[in-house]
Design a protein around this ligand. Structure first.
Ligand SMILES: O=C(O)CCC(=O)C(=O)O
Ligand SMILES: [Fe+2]
Length: 284
């Protein structure tokens, strides 16, 4: 959803040195303002250098909205949801991430693909003004189901809600993406940047995104994993598995990418969760 900022090595070193000797973030921001930096940009720069969530900087400057709901992180080795066993072979704390094996059955994966196939269109992303746009960074085709659109969709949404402790109505509609060889989703954050002009519009319903679940509906013959370049992790795309990650509005370690499919194809279902109920025209 956003581009990364360029920070000179001198500025980076100055921020690190200033905080190392005991000055807090508000003091660093004040000094930067005195030196002619734009306050909005300063917050992004300081967040990037100190690897802090942007939201934390808003809190330190008194601009934070009241907190919304947070997901409960599933714990290894396995979780049972309504009799459905989900294995957790990999856990990471920063970013907060879990690999979830067996979140979907083979049949659920196959059914989702067949339901989505006739409705695919070039995938869109939300631009800085809150409008859905064709994005060169995302070359796949996709579609959205509305909340609880079909019994299968509703069942999966309920499973995720129980697993993560966040009601179904905090979810955006399930998105299905289809990638062919060479198609990818370049590195991005799923949370919305509070510094972007469209932030208010994008978060008017539901508030900030707090977590994502990328579910793999098939196993690509080669390539197509989900990479987290800040921590050097690539999650293999395997039918029925998922990667869950939570970012609480601004965690830069949650940068991730859908790597190019090298052979075969890749199908995923993505669920994005908001901190507050997300109103759609869906039947629930
Ligand atoms: O294709 C992937 O592995 C990642 C998809 C993704 O980042 C998203 O849907 O937000
Ligand atoms: Fe993403």
């Amino acid at each position: 959803m956003q581009t990364r900022i360029t920070i000179s090595p001198e500025l980076r070193e100055w921020i690190l040195a200033t905080t190392r000797v005991g000055h807090g973030v508000p003091e660093v921001l004040r000094l930067m303002k005195e030196n002619g930096y734009d306050p909005r940009q300063s917050r992004s720069i300081v967040a990037e250098v100190l690897k802090l969530p942007l939201a934390a900087l808003h809190a330190s400057t008194g601009k934070q909205a009241p907190p919304g709901l947070r997901t409960k992180h599933p714990e290894a080795p396995e979780v049972s949801v309504d009799g459905h066993i989900i294995q957790i072979p990999i856990s990471v704390e920063a970013p907060m991430l879990r690999v979830l094996d067996g979140i979907l059955t083979e049949q659920e994966c196959a059914e989702l693909i067949e339901l989505a196939r006739p409705r695919l269109q070039r995938a869109l992303t939300v631009d800085s003004e809150g409008k859905h746009q064709v994005d060169h960074r995302r070359t796949s085709e996709g579609m959205f189901f509305t909340l609880n659109e079909l019994p299968l969709v509703g069942r999966i949404e309920q499973r995720l809600a129980s697993l993560l402790g966040v009601p179904v109505n905090h979810g955006e509609g399930l998105q299905i993406l289809h990638y062919l060889p060479g198609q990818e989703y370049e590195p991005h954050y799923d949370w919305f940047d509070p510094e972007q002009p469209g932030y208010g519009a994008i978060t008017a319903a539901g508030g900030q995104r707090i977590a994502s679940v990328v579910m793999y509906l098939n196993t690509p013959a080669q390539g197509g994993g989900t990479a987290f370049p800040e921590i050097g992790l690539t999650v293999t795309a395997r039918r029925g598995s998922a990667v869950y990650f939570a970012y609480e509005g601004g965690d830069r370690s949650s940068l991730h990418a859908g790597l190019p499919v090298l052979r075969g194809e890749k199908w995923i279902a993505t669920k994005w969760l908001r901190e507050r109920p997300y109103k759609t025209s869906a039947k629930t």
